[in-house]
Ligand binder design. Structure first.
Ligand SMILES: NC(=O)c1ccc[n+]([C@@H]2O[C@H](COP(=O)([O-])OP(=O)(O)OC[C@H]3O[C@@H](n4cnc5c(N)ncnc54)[C@H](O)[C@@H]3O)[C@@H](O)[C@H]2O)c1
Length: 350
């Protein structure tokens, strides 16, 4: 049995990952770590202990706490780390960058130090989950490859780029067995409702206008969360040491087109719901430093890892919209006072 530490396990991608990996990898035991910030929710991991027993454990540790991280490494004798934990929301990083430096940079270095000091041999792997946002923005043409220069625009992407550089330095300096994946925008179940897709679904269900930044022509590249997580498992198992792999599903959408598609889907799924009205779009002042376009070239992962996303956008969006409609209690419960205060700050003056 391999003992794997998964950080950020109660967040959106991390919780989907833990569920999927426990199902697919019967020789893995997963220690799921999370600090349970506003974005982490134990409900996302519900039932796993009952289903998987000794193969699953949860620990509440903040990766900014070096001693907490080191003690865990001492106790657990990990065979590998898959590192999702991060402050992940660009708008929040614009309101307060420091926390992003503390968790995304310092927290990552604490984990790297834990791995460097306590991994038992050089086969133990450290997989760092990063993002297309480290590459900055594209114009109308082209796509990011692993050779594209990093050129982050927001405090979020700058903190992720900094953490990527630390990971690479641990490979170069200490020969730590590191791999980095950089993925495009994920969507699917359990995503915190501040992110575009669940945010729009929530507002539409509540009869509120759908705020779209600028003129809505910004382009994002989308992947269903399970496809990202399958790529994560492949990179963990087959990636070459010290390498970066871009993950994406070649699925670019303009924000405005995505919002219009969501409206179409909601109209179909909610046609019988009493009081449901077609939502209106409200264009709001653009985000400062808003990158125009992201597009990932995943050729290297396809070629070297056999990575191949399976879920089409149409299918993934259907699944996702239905999930948020069927799990209204889940997102209503996590919309706390803190979240409402943040939304007020973010959109009040736009
Ligand atoms: N969501 C995307 O579209 C996307 C795309 C590419 C890469 N990524 C990367 O994937 C990872 C996961 O993203 P997500 O969307 O699931 O984010 P998320 O915000 O939903 O989850 C992050 C998790 O990390 C935990 N966390 C935050 N600070 C912590 C700390 N100091 N110690 C321990 N745990 C802490 C939170 O409690 C939460 O459970 C991040 O590293 C992000 O940069 C996300």
């Amino acid at each position: 049995m391999k003992n794997i530490l998964v950080t950020g396990a109660a967040g959106f991608i991390g919780s989907n990952f833990v569920r999927r990996a426990l199902k697919l990898k019967s020789d893995w035991r997963i220690v799921a770590l999370d600090a349970l910030t506003y974005a982490g929710n134990l409900e996302n991991l519900k039932g796993l202990k009952e289903s998987y027993k000794e193969r699953y454990a949860f620990v509440k540790i903040d990766i900014r706490d070096k001693n907490g991280v080191f003690n865990l490494f001492k106790q657990e004798d990990f065979d590998g780390v898959i590192h999702f934990a991060a402050e992940s929301h660009v708008d929040r990083s614009i309101l307060g960058p420091l926390q992003f430096v503390e968790t995304n940079v310092l927290g990552t270095v604490n984990l790297l130090e834990g791995a460097r000091k306590f991994f038992k041999n050089e086969e133990c792997r450290f997989l760092h989950i990063s993002t297309d946002e480290v590459y900055g923005a594209l114009g109308d043409k082209g796509a990011f490859t692993e050779e594209t220069k990093i050129d982050p625009s927001s405090p979020y992407s700058a903190s992720k780029a900094a953490s990527d550089l630390f990971v690479l330095s641990y490979f170069k300096t200490y020969r730590l067995n590191c791999v980095i994946t950089r993925c495009c925008n994920n969507y699917g179940p359990y995503q915190f409702p501040e992110k575009l897709i669940p945010f729009m679904i929530k507002r539409a269900i509540d009869g509120e206008p759908l705020p779209v930044y600028g003129d809505g022509r910004n382009v994002r590249d989308w992947i269903f969360v399970d496809d990202h997580n399958d790529g994560t498992i492949l990179a963990f198992e087959k990636g070459n040491k010290g390498e970066i792999y871009n993950l994406g599903a070649r699925c670019e959408k303009r924000n405005i087109d995505l919002v219009k598609l969501l409206i179409e889907k909601l109209k179909v799924f909610l046609k019988d719901r009493k009081g449901f009205k077609e939502p209106e779009i409200a264009f709001v002042k653009d985000r400062p430093g808003h990158d125009f376009r992201y597009a990932m070239d995943p050729s290297k992962a396809e070629r070297e890892l056999g990575f191949k996303p399976k879920v089409s956008f149409e299918e993934g969006i259907d699944l996702t919209v239905k999930w948020y409609i069927e799990n209204e209690g889940w997102w209503r419960r996590i919309i706390s006072g803190e979240y409402l205060e943040y939304i007020e700050k973010q959109y009040a003056k736009r």
